[in-house]
Design a protein around this ligand. Structure first.
Ligand code: XMP
Length: 556
C-alpha cells in the first residue's frame, strides 16, 4: 500500500487547487456543444496516468511549472485517450492500492510500447517493479514524511543531484529488488531501491514524491525527466496559454455573439477578458449585483471591466429583487436555491433584452477550471458538467454553446493568465467568495437589508485590517459571520443589546480541508475594537477556531 493519507504540511508555496464550487451562481449553463480547451496535438505534453494518488494533480501542475503542458488521464481510460495526445512522456502516479491486492490497477504494457519515456512515481514505480520482474513487498515499517535518501549511482535521472538529500515519502509497500535490466540508483533507511532506471528502454521509477516541496530536488528531477529524457523544449507558459486560447476562441465563436455572467471572481474575470481579447465587442458581460456583495465590490468590477478594459458590460442592480425573494427564507439551502433561481431569472431577462436589441448570444462563457473537470470525472473532452455548475438547473430554453477558456487550467495558472492580461491584483488575488454571497453569512435567520449592511461594514473592517497587515494572500478566506443572536453589553455607561460578529479566517490549499488561521492578537484586537467602536449595532466580537473537518468554511 502506498500514498497513505498522512498529515502532510502544505505541499507547495502557492498551490491553489480550485475549490469545486466557488463562484457558482454567476455561471449559468445550458450546453449544446463545447470545446474541450485542450492545446493542439502540436503542443508538447506529458500525460500523467492517474492511479488515484493524493498528489496526482500536483504532478501535472509541477510538470506545467517546468513549461510542459500536462493532463491527467484515469488509469482505466481507453488507450486512445493517451495516444491522441501524442505525449512526449508518461508519468505513472502514486495511488492507494497495493500491487498485491486483488483489484489493484495493473500496468498496461502498451504504455511501455509507445516509444516514449515512462516515469513511475510511488505506486507507479511499484507497478513497474512488480510487473517487470522486480520484488515488491510490504516493509515492516512504512516511510511517511521527510526521509533521507542516499544516491549510490545517479544514472540519467538523478544526475546533478547530491549524494545525500532528503525527499518526501508516503508508502508501506517497498521495492526490494529492481527488475532485470534496471539499475538501482538510490536507497533510504527502509527502501533499498528508492529510485531505479533502465536507461536503454527509457523506463524510470522513484519511490518518493518529486512534486511536493519537501523533496528539495524534486522539481530538478522532474525537469531532467522532461528535458533530458523526454526531450521537451519546455516553452509552455501563461503567455502561450493566452495566445493559444485566443486562437481557439476565435475558431469556435467565429462572428457569433457571446454572453458572460461576470461575478467579480478571478475565474469569470479572466475568462471574460480572454474572450474579449479574442472577439472584442462580440462579447457582452452581464454583472448582476444581487446586493449580497461585499462593500464596493460592484464598483470595482464595473470600474475594471467597463472603464479600464472597455468591455461591453450590462450592470444590473437587482438587490431589491433578491431581497424580496429572500424575505422569510432562513434555511441555508432554501437561501441558495432562492438566490440561484433569481439569478437565472435576471440573467435570462438580460439575455432576452440583448436578443431583442439584435445582439442574441449563441455562446456563453463559463469559468470552469481543470480541477472542476477532474472532479466531475469527466476528463478532458468529455461533455459532462458537474450539477453544481448549473445553479439550480437551467431552463431548457436558455440554450447556449459553452466557451470555457479555463477548462485546462489550474487556479494558479488562471491567476498568472489574469496578470498577463493586465487584470488588477485586487481581482487576480481575490479570495474565493461564494455565489450566494453575504446571504449565507447572516446565519440562522433572514438576510434582511439591515443585517446585511451590518455584516458588510464589519467585513469591510476585517478586510481592511487584514490587507493592512499584509496577510490577505496568505489566507484562503477571511470573512465575518453574523449569527441571529444578540447579547448584552455595556458601552458608555449604557446597557446595550447588540449583534455578535464572528471572525472566520482559514488557510487551505483547495477548500477540501482548512485550518483556522492563527491571526496575530494585535490584529484581532484592532479589528474587534474598530467593529465595536464604528458599528453601533455591534457589541461583541468572537473568533471561530474550527478547522474543516469537522466544520465547513462557511457557517451555512
Ligand atoms: P464549505 O463551506 O463547504 O466551502 O467548506 C468550501 C468553499 O466553497 C465555497 N462555498 C460556496 N461557493 N456557492 C459557491 O459559489 C455556494 O453555495 C458555496 N458554499 C460554500 C466556500 O466559500 C469555500 O470557498
Amino acid at each position: 500500500m502506498t500514498d497513505v493519507a498522512v498529515d502532510v504540511p502544505a505541499v507547495a508555496e502557492t498551490p491553489r487547487v480550485a475549490d469545486g464550487h466557488v463562484e457558482r451562481p454567476q455561471q449559468p449553463a445550458g450546453p449544446r456543444e463545447r470545446s474541450d480547451g485542450a492545446p493542439s496535438q502540436a503542443t508538447e505534453q506529458v500525460v500523467v496516468v492517474d492511479y488515484g494518488g493524493q498528489y496526482s494533480q500536483l504532478i501535472a501542475r509541477r510538470v506545467r511549472d517546468c513549461g510542459v503542458f500536462s493532463e491527467l488521464v484515469a488509469h482505466g481510460a481507453p488507450l486512445e485517450e493517451i495516444t491522441r495526445r501524442n505525449p512526449r512522456g508518461i508519468i505513472l502516479s502514486g495511488g492507494p492500492a497495493s500491487v498485491y491486492s486483488e483489484n489493484a490497477p495493473r500496468l498496461r504494457r502498451e504504455l511501455l510500447e509507445l516509444g516514449v519515456p515512462v516515469l513511475g512515481i510511488c505506486y507507479g514505480m511499484q507497478l513497474l517493479a512488480h510487473e517487470l520482474g522486480g520484488r515488491v513487498e510490504e516493509a515492516a515499517v512504512g516511510e511517511f514524511g521527510r526521509t533521507d535518501l542516499r544516491v549510490a549511482e545517479p544514472g540519467v535521472l538523478l544526475a546533478g543531484t547530491p549524494t545525500e538529500q532528503t525527499c518526501w515519502m508516503s508508502h508501506r509497500d517497498t521495492v526490494f529488488e529492481a527488475p532485470p535490466g534496471f539499475a538501482a540508483l538510490a536507497g533510504s533507511g527502509v527502501s533499498p531501491v528508492a529510485a531505479m532506471e533502465d536507461a536503454t528502454r527509457r523506463i524510470f521509477g522513484i519511490q518518493f514524491h518529486p512534486e511536493v516541496v519537501h523533496t528539495p530536488y524534486g522539481q530538478e528531477i522532474l525537469m531532467r525527466f522532461l528535458s533530458e529524457i523526454c526531450g521537451c523544449e519546455c516553452t509552455w507558459s501563461p503567455a502561450s496559454i493566452v495566445e493559444e486560447q485566443i486562437a481557439r476562441i476565435r475558431a469556435q465563436v467565429g462572428d457569433g455573439r457571446v454572453i458572460c455572467g461576470l461575478s467579480g471572481g478571478v475565474d469569470s474575470s479572466v475568462a471574460a477578458l480572454l474572450v474579449h481579447r479574442a472577439v472584442g465587442d462580440q462579447l457582452t458581460c452581464v454583472f448582476v449585483d444581487h446586493g449580497l456583495m461585499r462593500k464596493d465590490e460592484g464598483v470595482q468590477v464595473i470600474g475594471a471591466f467597463r472603464d479600464t478594459f472597455n468591455v461591453p458590460l450590462v450592470a444590473v442592480d437587482a438587490s431589491e429583487r433578491f431581497l424580496a425573494r429572500l424575505r422569510g427564507v432562513t434555511e441555508p439551502e432554501a437561501k441558495r436555491k432562492a438566490i440561484g433561481a433569481e439569478f437565472i431569472d435576471v440573467f435570462s431577462e438580460e439575455a432576452t433584452k440583448l436578443a431583442g436589441a439584435g445582439a442574441k448570444a449563441r455562446y456563453l462563457v463559463q469559468g470552469t477550471l481543470y480541477s472542476d473537470v477532474i472532479e466531475s470525472g469527466a476528463g478532458a473532452g468529455a461533455a459532462k458538467i458537474k450539477s453544481h455548475h448549473n445553479v439550480g438547473g437551467l431552463p431548457e430554453d436558455l440554450d447556449f454553446d459553452l466557451v470555457e477558456p479555463l477548462r485546462m487550467l489550474f487556479k494558479d495558472e488562471v491567476r498568472a493568465v489574469g496578470t498577463e492580461l493586465g487584470l488588477p491584483d485586487r481581482l487576480v488575488w481575490r479570495q474565493p467568495f461564494p455565489g450566494p454571497g453575504l446571504a449565507i453569512r447572516v446565519v440562522g435567520g433572514e438576510a434582511t437589508k439591515e443585517r446585511l449592511d451590518v455584516l458588510r461594514e464589519a467585513d469591510h473592517i476585517l478586510q481592511e485590517e487584514i490587507r493592512r497587515a499584509g496577510l490577505y494572500r496568505e489566507l484562503w478566506q477571511s470573512f465575518c459571520v453574523l449569527p441571529d443572536v444578540r447579547t448584552v453589553g455595556v458601552q458608555g455607561d449604557e446597557r446595550t443589546y447588540g449583534y455578535v460578529v464572528v471572525i472566520r479566517a482559514v488557510t487551505s490549499d483547495d477548500a477540501m480541508t482548512a485550518d483556522w488561521a492563527r491571526l496575530p492578537y494585535d490584529l484581532l484586537e484592532r479589528v474587534a475594537s474598530r467593529m465595536m467602536g464604528e458599528l453601533r449595532e455591534v457589541n461583541r466580537v468572537v473568533l471561530d477556531i474550527t478547522s474543516k473537518p469537522p466544520g465547513t468554511i462557511e457557517w451555512e
